[in-house]
Ligand binder design. Structure first.
Ligand SMILES: *[C@@H]1O[C@H](CO)[C@@H](O)[C@H](O)[C@H]1NC(C)=O
Ligand SMILES: *[C@@H]1O[C@H](CO)[C@@H](O)[C@H](O)[C@H]1NC(C)=O
Ligand SMILES: *[C@@H]1O[C@H](CO)[C@@H](O)[C@H](O)[C@H]1NC(C)=O
Length: 447
């Protein structure tokens, strides 16, 4: 309930249950303020045998502090450097918070999840200085040719929560996964990983979740929605040398609806937005992607239902319908190699009601670009109209002049060279803008 922390506003909000933003279905975030939780109880890990000496294992003290504060209170990891050798599952909390002002360095080598928060309600994970976080030092795994190490942070079956003002760095595997969560808000985060696939930034599935003002550097998922999901709003996202945002990959029984991405800036990534599957079944419907700016990316708008990196799933294809792309601007790396519009739908489940409008992108190299569609119906570019939705082979339209109005701003801080994969990655500070001209919804707590 970050926007409305005062009791008066909470009371007013309770009178307005229909008040929702964008694609959300209700209010998001913790139900109790940080100060009210702290007023009830504070459990400082230093009082549970933690040491900010960057070598004593924080794991057992963190669990002990959690057990003492999980029924309503704030677990505090004060500023300083901590080592994490043993992964912790923090299960069954209610009306609690984890104030992570310190920096946690991974020293353990087990798989799984370094910090796993599950079955919690009314939860907040934050840094009061905007400087706390986790340094996963994944490069020590990656230098040995392995991306099978631990993920940094996983939330499972958490409801009415927020995660904000923390940095997650160099995960051995994924950085942040929200699995089957509801009524969540994620914001003011910087995620910086190695320049390689398999190091996802944010993966989310669940209901009624608002993710905004997040920066991701890696070479895999930026902010990606997986199935099942509904009422997910993703906005003001800076994919600063990443894989790019996506929905997928999708398998059998896919059920995704009411997803909105807006104000997404993508630089030097695999794509600006991808919907990816290979076979599978179920539906993706009522999804909008608006106000996208891209520069230096391989693909731009890319629906690929024959995605070769995914093994073929059972089913004739996931049915995509009512998917809207509007106001896309900028440039792609090579429009003749990878055109800016690619809508390759499953022949066994042609896409319907796809809309592409106000789309102006142009190539950074060469003098032509292409648009390609297959088994895709709707309006705009190579999409076919009509009410009979039969499959058709890919058709490509090549254009040799730039569309008007494609030029779009860049972010001054675009990463010029990738971070390594086998060398240490520096801890970033959280930026104060995630989309050209936009200021974050909430100020950084540490500002
Ligand atoms: C903490 O220890 C890790 C090794 O576990 C090291 O990489 C890091 O530089 C140390 N941090 C500080 C601030 O000394
Ligand atoms: C799909 O998700 C929606 C929204 O959560 C839900 O109401 C519906 O029952 C789900 N459908 C199936 C077939 O699971
Ligand atoms: C983008 O990444 C580069 C390298 O990490 C960094 O210097 C820059 O600050 C990032 N941009 C923002 C807005 O944080």
């Amino acid at each position: 309930m970050r926007l409305y922390d005062s009791p008066l506003c909470l009371a007013l909000l309770a009178l307005l249950p229909g008040l929702v933003f964008g694609q959300l279905s209700g209010s998001v975030g913790p139900l109790t303020s940080r100060s009210a939780k702290a007023g009830k109880k504070t459990c400082n890990v230093l009082d549970y045998d933690a040491k900010a000496d960057n070598s004593t294992d924080l794991g057992p003290p963190l669990l002990a502090a959690f057990n003492a504060c999980k029924a309503g209170g704030v677990v505090v990891v004060p500023s300083g450097n901590y080592a994490l050798a043993t992964w912790q599952t923090l299960s069954g909390g209610n009306a609690w918070a984890l104030q992570l002002d310190g920096m946690i360095y991974r020293t353990g080598t087990a798989g799984g999840n370094m910090i796993f928060i599950e079955h919690s309600t009314d939860f907040e994970l934050f840094s009061s200085t905007s400087k706390g976080g986790v340094q996963g030092n994944g490069y020590t795994f990656h230098a040995q040719g392995s991306i099978t190490g631990p993920r940094i942070l996983r939330l499972y079956a958490v409801t009415s929560f927020s995660v904000h003002d923390i940095v997650l760095v160099d995960a051995p595997a994924f950085h942040f996964v929200m699995d089957t969560c509801t009524n969540g808000e994620v914001y003011n985060m910087a995620i910086r990983g190695g320049d390689h696939g398999g190091l996802d930034g944010v993966d989310v599935w669940g209901t009624n979740i608002w993710i905004h003002d997040v920066e991701v550097t890696n070479k895999d998922e930026c902010v990606t929605v997986k199935s099942p999901a509904s009422h997910i709003l993703v906005e003001d996202i800076y994919c600063n040398w990443s894989g790019g945002c996506a929905i997928g990959s999708l398998g059998t029984g896919t059920n995704i609806s009411n997803v909105q991405y807006r104000n997404v800036y993508t630089w030097s990534s695999n794509q600006m937005m991808m919907i990816k599957s290979n076979g599978g079944s179920g539906t993706v419907q009522s999804v909008t992607f608006e106000n996208f700016i891209g520069h230096g990316n391989a693909y731009s708008l890319n629906i690929d239902q024959y995605w070769s990196s995914e093994s073929t799933q059972d089913g004739n294809g996931v049915q995509l319908s009512d998917i809207t792309f509007s106001n896309w601007k900028g440039t792609e790396a090579s429009g003749s190699a990878r055109g800016p519009i690619r809508v390759i739908c499953a022949d066994g489940a042609p896409c319907t009601s796809i809309s592409i409008s106000n789309f102006a992108m142009w190539t950074e190299s060469g003098s032509s670009q292409w648009y390609a569609c297959r088994s895709a119906y709707g309006s705009g570019y190579c999409l076919r109209s009509g009410s009979s939705h039969t499959s058709y082979a890919a058709s490509t339209t090549t254009v040799s002049s730039a569309p008007s109005g494609y030029s779009a701003p860049t972010m001054a801080a675009d990463l010029k060279t990738a971070f390594g994969f086998t060398t240490s990655i520096p801890i970033p500070t959280i930026p104060t803008s995630f989309y050209p001209g936009a200021t974050p919804v909430s100020k950084l707590l540490g500002s």
